[in-house]
Design a protein around this ligand. Structure first.
Ligand SMILES: O=C(O)C1=C[C@@H](OP(=O)(O)O)[C@@H](O)[C@H](O)C1
Ligand SMILES: C=C(OP(=O)(O)O)C(=O)O
Length: 469
């Protein structure tokens, strides 16, 4: 495929072979489990790893090969934006189940372009520092929902680094910057309490600053630490060693980012609803290709799901969750009290599980979820309560008081993890319909097929339960 700034290829967020969800199809009747599961499945590549590797490959000292990358809306937006800025990205045949590999060839970065961030936090937070290394103006905008996501720290940081930024003062998209082709770097203080992506975006690009970067987080709390560890590990694999002399301080040397041949791990956060399904439907769910060691926060599911009564085992690279008889079979597990600040993106499926517990739960440390794809605290409370539940918002979390749930419409608010949380509840509650399942294309376009196919054994959507609940 010829890649140039003028002729941009159409990257399908759905991969080449995956069925394309039809957003006009209307609401999706969530399948009810008709018996215990015995599922084993593979999942596409990690969004967080794929979009980091795309950025690092774009800034590297030679071509990089990304094997088994994610092909989804968020990765397609990242690819499209990098191509616009002058990077060569080519799809090449690979061994991955979910689409081609990507060959990324760095090019001279140049502006004069408008970037569509969609609703992707990784695109809106990682690309502005990179675009500041281009020559010329670069405009950033995204979905309506993206204009509500926090961006002030990115804008302030760029200004503090000497970049000319034009915005409307709301601390949000849209804005534009004028790249001069280089950033000096040095010392920078930021408040990253609203998102770890503010830190990651700067660390990823900082090796290309003339003096590197000493970055200090000054806010009261810092969410999603494993995602910052992931950034540091991805840089280390390319020869850039980030020092972390004390919590909240990172020192990035100015040096070349090395080209790399890298295989992307499956998305372990997207594994969460599938693994949690074993606890709801009963039986076992296995995910193949589970990495032996990883910085992905989804690895924490191995000790989080046992809090809800699951047994987790590993055989080679297969992780299996055994949910026993499951909620559907009458299982009972106590509520939990959990600080989830390290892994807020796991909150929707865990809150859905907590709605089935035998006693109340409290999940805290997730106030920053109000700035995710939607205000996830408000959305989870509204949707579970609409099905008869009792969820209340705290400043930094939720309390979940389990009640018998009934069927009804479940809104996804353009949020992939809200959509999958609705599917999870629908496994044990007949009559749940998810309004927009195609929103899962943000990070997992194959969700509906994987859910009713490999997970449920091709159960027809909306099939009747055995009446166990
Ligand atoms: O860097 C990343 O890839 C991400 C960091 C986290 O963001 P926040 O720190 O904003 O929660 C996470 O929730 C998001 O899904 C992906
Ligand atoms: C918060 C999320 O995404 P983003 O990368 O858009 O921030 C998420 O995937 O849960």
């Amino acid at each position: 495929m010829a890649i140039s700034k003028i002729a941009q290829p159409e990257f399908s967020p759905y991969g080449d072979d995956a069925p394309v969800p039809d957003p006009t199809e209307g609401s999706w009747p969530a399948p009810v489990a008709t018996g215990p599961l015995a599922a084993s499945l593979q999942l596409p590549g990690s969004k967080s790893l794929t979009n980091r590797e795309l950025v690092l490959a774009a800034l590297a000292n030679g071509p990089s090969l990304l094997r088994s990358p994610l092909h989804s809306r968020d990765s397609a937006l990242m690819i499209q934006a990098l191509i616009q800025l002058g990077v060569g990205i080519e799809e090449v045949p690979g061994a991955g189940e979910f689409g081609p590999d990507l060959l990324v060839t760095p090019g001279e970065l140049s502006g004069g372009v408008s970037i569509d961030c969609g609703l992707a936090g990784t695109v809106m937070r990682f690309l502005p520092p990179l675009a500041a290394l281009a020559l010329g103006p670069v405009a950033f905008d995204g979905d309506e929902g993206a204009r509500r996501r926090p961006m002030r720290t990115v804008i302030d940081a760029l200004r503090a680094l000497g970049v000319d930024v034009n915005d409307d003062g709301r601390g949000a998209l849209p804005f534009s910057l004028y790249g001069t082709g280089s950033i000096e770097g040095g010392e920078l203080d930021i408040d990253a309490s609203a998102s770890s992506q503010f830190v990651s975006g700067l660390l990823l690009v900082a090796p290309r600053f003339t003096r590197g970067l000493t970055l200090r987080h000054t806010g009261s709390s810092l969410p999603s630490l494993p995602h910052i560890e992931m950034t540091i590990a991805a840089l280390a694999a390319r020869g850039v060693i980030v020092e972390n002399p004390e919590p909240g301080v990172w020192i990035v040397p100015s040096r070349e980012i090395e080209a790399l041949d890298v295989t992307l791990e499956p998305d372990l956060s997207n594994a969460a609803p599938f693994l949690a399904a074993a606890l709801v439907a009963g039986g076992t769910v296995s995910i193949e290709g589970w990495p032996a060691a990883t910085t992905q926060v989804g690895a924490h599911l191995e000790h989080l799901l046992p809090l809800f009564g699951a047994s987790v085992s590993r055989h080679g690279t297969t992780l299996t969750v055994d949910g026993g008889i499951g909620v559907r079979g009458g299982a009972s597990f106590p509520g939990i009290d959990l600080d989830l600040s390290m892994g807020g993106e796991l909150a929707p499926p865990l809150v859905a599980l907590a709605a089935f517990a035998s006693s109340p739960s409290r999940i805290t440390g997730i106030g920053h979820l109000r700035g995710h794809e939607t205000d996830r605290l408000a959305a989870l409370a509204a949707e579970i309560n609409a099905l008869g539940g009792s969820v209340s918002e705290l400043d930094d979390g939720l309390t979940i008081d389990p009640r018998p749930l009934h069927g009804g419409a479940w809104k996804s608010y353009e949020d992939h993890r809200m959509a999958t949380a609705g599917a999870l509840i629908g496994l044990a509650v007949a009559g749940v319909t998810v309004d927009d399942i195609s929103t899962t294309a943000k990070t997992l376009p194959q969700f509906p097929e994987l859910w009713s196919g490999p997970l449920l054994g091709n159960a027809p959507a909306g099939s009747a339960s055995l009446g166990l609940l």
